[in-house]
Design a protein around this ligand. Structure first.
Ligand code: PLP
Length: 496
């Protein structure tokens, strides 16, 4: 029975915090919001001024008890108290990617306009899935997809969508590849085949240096990790197109079905770029889906010096880009792009409440694996509108130049050996004199002392140290100082 107007009582205002601080962001709390944002900005400013090393090197055993001790059922009196608390639990020992001696993983210092946009999108809390939840956000995302597609060299048939990261972009692309292959086989089969019968016959092809998310995607897509055929690479860690051709031939000969080839434009460890045009050639000859994982190398799309390294990318069926790597965007910011928008239909689902098939308004949810989704696009938008693409491209060029200079320096330094040829992008692989243990200990020692951070990986069955440069403010002197620290610790360890 409906309630009458007389019976209706407005709900009580939502409870505020014990201190009286407003619970929700709205018109009434706008002033509190302003002072809160000012307070946060103030604290971040102080922190940025204080940070004098990439990391304090704190041990898990030291930090875990402090986090465990927090009583999450008993709120603190004020916002300020909560900010103090995260200051101790999180900010004090955070790993700062903007520090010029953070040289470890594929993390970037963030573009200032993007950080500002992050505050905007969190406050509005748009969900860029349907028109009636995102309005202008829909077009902002679409324009950026179009812009990126243009940089790739795709035409107006292209499309795509923002994702949470390269892992999701690769999964999405390979889902499309899988479903294109299944659809083709089922359609052309003389017997009534079901897609479940086809899946075990599908194979994906990638070099040994492709990202692990490719194998993971194969598993999630019901193909199994064994479905990824490893295509040999050359001495510079780039896929061998002749070997790819042979592998595809062999696959068909064995009654299996090539569903997709993944070329990597910037391998995570080596920064090597598979020969995209040659791989495209082979894929076209075999009529197999060609995916380019440019999670790392996407910054080349805006580079003035190195754009030719990704020539051939325009022949891909799908491309992964991680703006949160070489476009200096805050996590998360990534996209998957396709040359032919029709292929996105494989991920579409029509829900009565959201995007019924007869819906007339533009929506992005038809294209996405996610439903509720952040307007991450706003960060890239703001970055392009304030800094422009050339600024991004030159920052990426700078770190690539820096990596080449660091590599040359290591080659000439008797305390070290290089563990790979000079990178096409911004990684540097090397060893301090000594075995695997020496690498590990030297790396841990410099991190614990706050002298710098480097990564480690395996090359030819041995541990190697790795610099991944993404900070255009890092200088060769910073790198020299970190190398000196590594050599010093390495030598001490050898004596011990
Ligand atoms: C980082 C990376 C990924 C994964 O991207 P996330 O954003 O971390 O999920 C995929 N491929 C390559 C080549 C990468 O470097």
């Amino acid at each position: 029975m409906p309630i009458s107007a007389a019976e209706f009582r407005p709900a009580p205002a939502p409870p505020d915090s014990p201190s009286g601080a407003p619970a929700l962001l709205n018109r009434e709390s706008a002033e509190t919001y302003r002072s809160l944002v000012n307070e946060v900005a103030q604290r971040i400013c102080e922190r940025l001024t204080e940070v004098d090393r990439p990391w304090t090197g704190i041990a898990p055993a030291e930090l875990a008890p402090a986090v465990d001790a927090v009583d999450l059922d008993r709120p603190l009196p004020t916002f300020g108290d909560a900010l103090d608390e995260i200051g101790d639990l999180y900010l004090r020992d955070a790993v700062w990617f903007h520090h010029p001696r953070y040289l470890a993983h594929l993390n970037c210092p963030v573009a200032l306009p993007a950080v500002a946009a992050e505050a905007v999108l969190a406050s509005v809390n748009t969900s860029v899935d349907t028109w009636d939840q995102s309005a202008g956000g829909t077009f902002i995302e679409r324009r950026l997809i179009e812009w990126t597609a243009g940089r790739i060299g795709f035409d107006s048939e292209a499309d795509g969508v923002f994702t949470s990261g390269g892992t999701q972009s690769n999964l999405h692309a390979l889902l499309l590849a899988r479903d294109e292959a299944v659809e083709h086989i089922v359609k052309n089969s003389e017997t009534a085949l079901r897609s479940a019968e086809v899946l075990p016959r599908l194979r994906l092809f990638a070099s040994p240096h492709s990202h692990f998310s490719v194998a993971k995607a194969a598993r999630l897509l019901g193909l199994g990790e064994d479905a990824v055929v490893t295509v040999p690479a050359d001495a510079r860690f780039r896929m061998h197109p002749g070997a790819l051709d042979a592998a595809l031939e062999h696959c068909r000969g064995a009654g299996l079905v090539p569903a997709g080839v993944v070329a990597t434009a910037g391998t995570t460890d080596f920064g090597s770029i598979d020969p995209l045009a040659a791989v495209a050639e082979v894929c076209e000859a075999h009529r197999v889906w060609f995916h380019v994982d440019a999670a790392y190398g996407c910054g080349l799309l805006v580079s003035r010096q190195r754009r030719d390294l990704v020539d051939g990318i325009e022949r891909a069926d799908s491309v992964t880009v991680d703006y949160h790597k070489s476009f200096f965007q805050p996590v998360s910011s990534s996209a998957v792009l396709v040359r032919d928008r029709a292929s996105l239909r494989h991920a579409a689902h029509h829900a009565d409440y959201l995007n019924p098939a007869e819906a007339v308004f533009p929506n992005q949810v038809d294209k996405s694996l996610q439903t509720t989704r952040r307007l991450d696009a706003l960060k890239l938008w703001m970055t392009l509108r304030v800094l422009g693409p050339d600024a991004i491209g030159s920052m990426f060029d700078r770190v690539c130049d820096l990596a080449a200079a660091a590599w040359a320096r290591l080659e000439a330094d008797p305390r070290f050996e290089t563990a790979a040829p000079v990178s096409q992008l911004s990684t540097v692989l090397f060893r301090v004199k000594g075995g695997d243990e020496a690498q590990r200990l030297a790396r841990e020692a410099i991190a614990a002392a706050g002298e710098g951070m480097v990564a480690a990986t395996r090359v030819d069955g041995r541990t190697a140290l790795k610099l991944t440069l993404l900070n255009p403010e890092t200088t060769l002197e910073d790198i020299a100082a970190v190398l000196d620290a590594l050599a010093r610790h390495g030598a001490t360890l050898q004596e011990a």
